[in-house]
Design a protein around this ligand. Structure first.
Ligand code: ADP
Length: 727
């Protein structure tokens, strides 16, 4: 036997971590996981968790939620909100152990061989082949191809990695890849940038961990605009983002609406949070209760900011407000591929929470969860444990909630939906940036990016999006006061646990070898690595899109309008439509007639671009940007299909344009066009979903009304680069 190679079919059941497959097969997930790195649950103290509408003391402790049930996606998109999306995060009992270092519990005995394999894998019909004599391992697959015999190691340029360097180095080491800390003369497979796509110029191949335009798109104002456009079209689906007003443009709307709300009901006293547009780490943020408290000017300049409804009733743990930092990988824009990390961080305030009152408005340690602020509070608790202290793992918090009887499957499913919808909101403009920086047909790298989603759970467990960070901190050390007033960076096991996993998984998914063998699931690919004695833990990144395409595709409406926009851009590298291109769009799509002449088209163009383009001297910036084009498109849709509701108007015009373009002969624009999904929209629901006061109507409908009147007031933000910060 020893002279022969050993063929081992590794049973899926043996290899799986918690999750869907266990439950699919009707097996209790807890009994199912002989290789689980998670120790037996330890009862948390549920009494200190505050949950709306539940009596904590009456809630029985159950750990059944540790398993994952997949509710099959419904045929009808309309029901998607009621579905639970699976891929539950690990829900771990409090431990202080680092999962990045695979423990003995991952050891697998290979049936009939006496051999031992380390690490976990999910091999659906795949098997490992070990050639002991040749020391070559292969992974075979049902469809008959085999992966990587002995490949050259993947090369990573880490010269621009900045503060993510430590976590990146550890990940590269675990994968046995090759790091180029000073860069390399010849091309690398992967370039890891600390800040932006442009950190390293002139990359013509490989993959870069940043998308062009992501920093700009995720600035507070631009994110608010992108989500607002979606709120106009899909108000119910996008009710996870607090009502926001853009300052200074919408100051009047803001103050008028608040005044009306207060006049209607004197008992209503909402609180608002003001966030400077380019700010991060809580800088410049303050709470107000009256529009007159806004600090609108910095010197003689109007401050660009977002003022947002403040969520007054967050979920508390140990009487403290906390938020969730979730890591999300956008693996590609076309086709859209999104992964969510099952493990994340939670950041706790350091002063017990009270609902906002005039007295406590300025208590930042009570209201803001930013680590960078709270670390300077005397109450900040550094802990090596994942489940105590002011920074904890997401799984330990979910475990506490599970123990409290919370349906965390539902919470997780809502979080997945929030992430997918947010990405869908920003993708249209990202595609405009992408084609400008990396025009089709020109050599260039492909891009991927890890984003940091900041999510607050409301007392009723509804997740709310606070912001998305294009440059989430990947530091695995934290600041600690080693002597009074003296701060030093010391290793942080909680950060290492989460962040090294996210980076390592991202690298694995971006491995050019994996791409080449794309039919292989990432899980199977891991098994290939593991048979090279790497002992990697199972993936913490789980694909959610295209996995849940069916449920969310209908939301990708603006992306189709962006595809039209890109098609008519004309010149490579351009991001804005000129007047001629706009006319061509109108003519090609046959949108002018005797009631709407080309002269009216020109007036529309001038009117809208003037208001949106603002003072942008850069010639590349002159003309009509995507946001302005959307404004024009909505206007045209309203004119043409007066009797319909907004979403139907837009959909009808889009279908009309797409049908016209189908008749046109292929042109130069076709090569630039970005294909998008064509799912039909859901039936229209005009009702807005308020997070609290229904009287407080969002500025979105206002913007719509003004757009139809040609009284647009918004200006597209100039493409200024965000400060060189990570958060
Ligand atoms: P920054 O980029 O400066 O961190 P955030 O938008 O993340 O700005 O806000 C900072 C903190 O303020 C958040 O971590 C959260 O604790 C709190 N916060 C932000 N928006 C809201 C809101 N709408 N309701 C309640 N708390 C909020």
């Amino acid at each position: 036997m020893s002279d022969h190679y050993v063929k081992v079919k590794v049973q899926l059941e043996q290899m799986k971590s918690f999750g869907e497959d266990a439950e699919k097969e009707g097996v209790d997930a807890e009994e199912q996981v002989p290789v689980s790195p998670i120790p037996a649950p330890v009862s948390p103290d549920p009494s200190s968790i505050t949950i709306a509408g539940k009596d904590a003391s009456n809630t029985s402790i159950t750990c059944k939620h540790r398993g994952k049930s997949r509710i099959k996606p419904g045929k009808d998109d309309k029901n998607s909100r009621d579905k639970h999306f699976s891929d539950m995060p690990l829900v771990s009992a409090p431990v202080g152990k680092n999962l990045n270092r695979p423990g003995p519990e991952r050891t697998l005995h290979i049936k009939g061989t006496g051999r031992i394999l380390q690490g976990k894998s999910e091999t659906n019909g795949n098997y490992l082949t070990i050639h002991p004599s040749k020391n070559i391992k292969e992974t075979h697959h049902e469809d008959g191809f085999s992966l990587a015999r002995k490949r050259r190691p993947v090369t990573v340029d880490t010269s621009k990695a900045k503060t993510s360097l430590e976590a990146l180095k550890l990940s590269i080491k675990q994968l046995k890849w090759k790091e180029f800390p000073l860069g390399r003369r010849t091309a690398c497979d992967i370039y890891w940038h600390g800040v932006s796509f442009h950190d390293n110029e002139n990359i013509v191949s490989g993959q870069v961990n940043k998308f062009p335009g992501m920093i700009e798109m995720l600035r507070k104002i631009n994110l608010s605009r992108a989500v607002r456009t979606m709120q106009e079209l899909f108000p119910e689906e996008y009710d996870f983002y607090p009502r926001s007003w853009i300052l200074p443009e919408e100051y009047q709307q803001f103050s008028t609406q608040i005044r009306m709300v207060k006049e209607n009901d004197a008992t209503v006293n909402p609180t608002f949070i003001v966030k400077p547009d380019g700010g991060s780490q809580g800088d410049g943020i303050y709470l107000i209760r009256d529009p007159s408290d806004l600090k609108l000017m910095v010197g003689s300049q109007a401050k660009q900011a977002v003022v947002q409804e403040y969520i007054q009733k967050p979920l508390l743990i140990d009487k403290l407000k906390f938020d969730i930092r979730l890591y999300v990988l956008i693996k590609s824009l076309e086709p859209l591929e999104i992964y969510i990390a099952k493990e994340g961080l939670t950041r706790f305030c350091t002063e017990p929470y009270q609902e906002p009152s005039q007295k406590n408005l300025s208590h930042v340690f009570m209201h803001l969860t930013n680590y960078s602020l709270n670390v300077h509070s005397g109450n900040f608790v550094h802990s090596d444990s994942q489940s105590t202290g002011s920074k904890r793992t997401l799984s330990s918090v979910l475990y506490r909630l599970t123990a409290k009887g919370v349906d965390i499957k539902k919470v997780w499913s809502d979080i997945i939906a929030l992430v997918i919808k947010t990405v869908i909101a920003v993708v249209p403009e990202l595609k405009v940036y992408y084609q400008a920086d990396i025009p089709p047909g020109k050599p260039g790298p492909t891009c991927f990016q890890i984003l940091g989603f900041d999510i607050l759970l409301m007392k009723n467990l509804k997740p709310v999006l606070l912001e998305v960070n294009s440059n989430p901190s990947m530091r695995i050390e934290h600041e600690q006061e080693v002597a009074p007033g003296v701060f030093e960076y010391v290793p942080s096991p909680v950060d290492e646990e989460v962040k090294v996993g996210v980076i390592r998984d991202t690298l694995l998914l971006m491995d050019p070898g994996h791409k080449k063998h794309s039919p292989v699931s990432p899980e199977s690919y891991i098994s290939c690595y593991n048979c090279n004695n790497l002992s990697l833990p199972s993936l913490c990144l789980k694909q959610v899109y295209p996995k849940y395409t069916k449920q969310f595709n209908y939301l990708r409406l603006v992306e189709r309008i962006a595809a039209l926009f890109i098609r008519f851009l004309g010149v490579k590298g351009n991001m804005r439509l000129g007047p001629t291109a706009f006319r061509t769009f109108i003519r090609t799509c046959k949108l002018s007639n005797s009631n709407f002449t080309m002269a009216s088209v020109d007036i529309l163009y001038i009117d809208i671009t003037r208001r949106w383009s603002g003072a942008v001297p850069d010639s590349r910036e002159a003309g009509m940007g995507l946001q302005a084009f959307l404004e024009a498109f909505f206007y045209l849709a309203g004119r043409r299909f007066k009797s319909l509701a907004l979403r139907e108007q837009v959909m009808s015009l889009l279908e009309l344009c797409e049908a016209q373009l189908e008749f046109q002969s292929p042109s130069i624009e076709d090569r630039r066009s970005v294909s998008c999904s064509r799912a039909l929209p859901r039936a229209i629901r005009t009702q807005t979903l308020g997070l609290s006061n229904p009287l407080l109507s969002s500025p979105a409908p206002l913007r719509r009304a003004t757009s139809q009147d040609h009284r647009l007031h918004q200006k597209l933000n100039p493409r200024t680069l965000r400060a060189n910060v990570e958060n």
